[in-house]
Design a protein around this ligand. Structure first.
Ligand code: ATP
Length: 366
């Protein structure tokens, strides 16, 4: 086990900078997810840690040792890819033990490691089968088994669940978390799926266009995003962004939307937002903070009327989509008693205690 550190790491392909000077410290035993849209540089970053790509500039260290010039096989890492890359002519046990035998490990040690990993992964009864006779989820487990037997300092995962169907993906997600809790190996996990990142990781690194927008715990990146990009990327359905003006009325502040709706800023935020009084801002609020009026609502809840154009029932809750000013907005209402109807007026409340304000020019959350 070891900590992993990246210092000002750059990757250029010709004149194109795919990774633009990122710095990152991953503590020993922690699970870190690199998340971001397609092309943001997450796989390139992972491949540089693995030694499959050279760095154009910067430094990577594992366990305090700079590994820029260390060959991949000597980095003491194990990588699990999206394509499991199992040998079809070998049994599960042979697939898992192949790398260890190549390294000249004693037969009895190899056997013990394979059996231990098979127990952790619950694939002991599959050891004599070939990959062709396994389900997708089982193959995924074998690919992980091959990484676990090596007892590496660091696990690297590149979108390991994207070949599985939705249900299996959720199951294997829990499985990966359980295995990490058991083996406690420092793990770096690349995914474009923010829910996978939220559910699995101790820390999330949100990447965008080759740089890091924010690193933090799942709670931090969700509840205290630093930029509009992070606010919009984490969370599904995405946070609502509503252009408005921050108005000063005596000592109070309120958000004036384009259709005249005015939403008061809670007293606890007055000091923070005072410097923006009179300015155009973007008001951010997650759908779960726009709901039907609730009996416990006090103080920070602001009521308004809306006419949803689309209603999506989801069981005990329904998503409602409507216009607020010129902005398309979604809310999440309790539908256990009755489901809202598209085209009919609906009373909603915005829980302003969860509001965010974004500077439209810099994209920074204020
Ligand atoms: P995805 O989720 O689609 O895999 P990603 O965030 O992992 O996206 P990368 O694969 O790291 O993205 O790619 C980052 C950028 O670098 C992309 O614009 C990609 O086109 C570019 N890139 C990657 N590999 C090469 C290469 N060998 N030559 C030139 N450009 C490359």
């Amino acid at each position: 086990m070891a900590e992993v550190a990246l210092r000002n790491v750059v990757k250029r392909y010709g004149s194109y900078e795919a990774v633009r000077g990122i710095s990152l410290e991953i503590p020993d035993t922690k699970f870190v997810a690199l998340v971001g849209p397609s092309g943001c540089g997450k796989t390139t970053t992972l491949r540089m840690i693995a030694g499959l790509e050279d760095l154009s500039a910067g430094e990577i260290s594992i366990g305090g040792r700079i590994i820029n010039d260390v060959a991949p096989k000597n980095r003491d890492i194990a990588m699990v890819f999206q394509s499991y890359a199992l040998y079809p002519h070998m049994t599960v046990a042979q697939n898992m033990s192949f790398g260890l035998k190549l390294r000249g490990m004693a037969k009895s040690d190899v056997k013990r490691r394979v059996e231990d990993a098979a127990r952790i992964l619950d694939i002991a009864e599959l050891l004599n089968r070939r990959p062709g006779a396994l389900s997708g989820g089982q193959r995924q487990r074998v690919a992980m088994g091959r990484a676990i037997v090596r007892n590496p300092k660091v696990f690297l995962f590149d979108e390991p669940l994207s070949n599985l169907d939705a249900k299996l993906r959720v199951q294997m997600r829990t499985e990966i978390k359980r295995i990490h809790q058991q083996v406690q190996t420092t793990t770096i996990y690349v995914t474009h799926d923010q829910i996978e990142a939220m559910t699995l990781a101790d820390y999330i690194v949100v990447m965008n266009r080759g740089h890091i927008e924010q690193m933090g715990t799942p709670h931090e990146v969700y509840h205290a995003p630093k930029t509009r990009f992070v606010a919009g990327f984490m969370g599904s359905p995405a946070m609502n962004f509503i252009p408005c003006t921050l108005e000063q009325n005596a000592s109070a502040l309120s958000l004036r939307l384009s259709d005249g709706v005015s939403l008061p800023v809670p007293a606890s935020r007055l000091q923070r937002y005072q410097p923006l009084a009179g300015k155009s801002v973007i008001f951010g609020l997650r759908p779960e903070h726009i709901t039907e009026p609730r009996s416990e609502a006090r103080g920070t809840f602001s009521e308004f009327m809306a006419v949803p154009d689309v209603v999506e029932p989801m069981g005990t809750e329904a998503m409602v989509f409507f216009k607020l000013g010129d902005a398309a907005v979604s809310g999440r209402v309790d539908s256990s008693a009755s489901v809202p109807v598209a085209g009919e007026k609906l009373r909603l409340v915005a829980n302003m205690a969860h509001m965010h304000l974004i500077d439209p020019e810099s994209g920074a959350v204020v």
